[in-house]
Design a protein around this ligand. Structure first.
Ligand code: ADP
Length: 193
């Protein structure tokens, strides 16, 4: 059985996490942020170390351990009854993060919509990421050089995922708007899924 899902898509700092948290609070939606799954790993475990090694450089963790960890986390959420695959719409954020991950997950995910949170101003993204660094104590958000590398990684590796899924599935959402307005725009389509 494939997981019915929608993807929250956009650059680091675009507001995916903010929207994801709201979705996570609505019955029949289950939010999973891949970055959170990584950050919940203990840093003294082998994979925790790998995560730190890559994320602190603004790079993606290799695909194989990423997919394995993500699948384990979804299975764990299912077995404790937090996620009900038959009844819930899975809201993914941060995965698939490149075209290869999308291909690996082809048999696992039934993607019914991709919400592309589009920002007009990259400098605004950087400002938001830096504010978050202080609030959430995130190493990968800490310095400007790493942030710029994360934005580059996004452009080069993540953005092609949009093309992979194609125009029919992708909804462009104006992410310059207030969080409530962004939510309203996403919900407008998501409730029809
Ligand atoms: P943001 O929401 O700011 O884009 P995330 O919290 O999603 O950042 O991710 C933080 C870091 O975790 C990424 O820079 C990357 O190193 C790693 N990561 C998260 N998801 C994936 C993924 N699907 N594949 C590879 N690496 C990932």
């Amino acid at each position: 059985m494939k997981y019915r899902c929608i993807l929250l898509f956009g650059a680091p700092g675009a507001g995916k996490g903010t929207q994801g948290k709201i979705f996570g609070a609505i019955p029949k939606f289950f939010h999973c942020a891949c970055g959170d799954v990584f950050r919940n790993l203990r840093t003294d475990t082998p994979l925790g170390k790998v995560f730190l090694q890559y994320s602190s450089r603004g790079e993606l963790v290799p695909d194989e351990p990423t997919i394995k960890l993500w699948k384990e986390s979804i299975k764990a959420a299912t077995s404790v009854g937090r996620f009900h695959p038959k009844h819930d719409l899975l809201v993914l954020d941060g995965i698939p993060r490149n075209v290869n991950q999308a291909k690996i997950l082809r048999d696992t995910l039934d993607v019914v919509g991709v919400f592309y949170l589009e920002n007009s101003n990259p400098e605004k993204l950087i400002e938001r990421i830096q504010r978050r660094a202080i609030k959430e104590n995130r190493l990968d958000d800490a310095n400007l050089e790493i942030i710029r590398q994360r934005l580059k990684t996004y452009e080069a590796e993540t953005k092609p995922v949009l093309k992979h899924y194609g125009n029919k599935l992708v909804h462009v959402i104006n992410a310059d708007q207030s969080p409530a307005k962004v939510l309203a725009d996403i919900l407008h389509y998501a409730v029809q899924k």
